[in-house]
Design a protein around this ligand. Structure first.
Ligand SMILES: [Zn+2]
Length: 107
């Protein structure tokens, strides 16, 4: 290699910096893809047992319930709606109807 075509120290540092930036972008992209895949694998899955949540009508709400462990999940704002129903005295009847319907389906 002659002195003319030998990369200068500045060029080497420049290309090393570009390579480091490319690797960092690729690493961030892989982390984002892994996070997306992880989130997708948990969508509508029971956080307790991993069962597939099913959306059911419950009084005036739609709730997500696990058919395996019977756990019930409320979306944002649904707890407040449940409490409002309770204050108006609808909750006990609705709960009774809901769990009664579950018992009926198991027969
Ligand atoms: Zn479950």
């Amino acid at each position: 290699m002659t002195a003319e075509n030998k990369p200068s120290r500045n060029e080497e540092e420049y290309f090393a910096k570009l390579e480091a930036e490319r690797i960092a972008r690729r690493s961030a992209e892989m982390a984002r893809l892994n996070q997306d895949a992880e989130r997708k694998s948990h969508h509508m899955r029971c956080p307790k047992c991993g069962g597939h949540l099913m959306t059911k009508d419950f009084s005036k709400l739609q709730i997500d319930q696990c058919p395996d462990c019977q756990g019930v999940w409320l979306d944002a704002g649904e707890m407040e709606a449940v409490m409002a129903l309770e204050e108006r005295g609808f909750m006990s009847k609705a709960l009774g109807d809901f769990f009664g319907s579950l018992r009926g389906k198991k027969k």
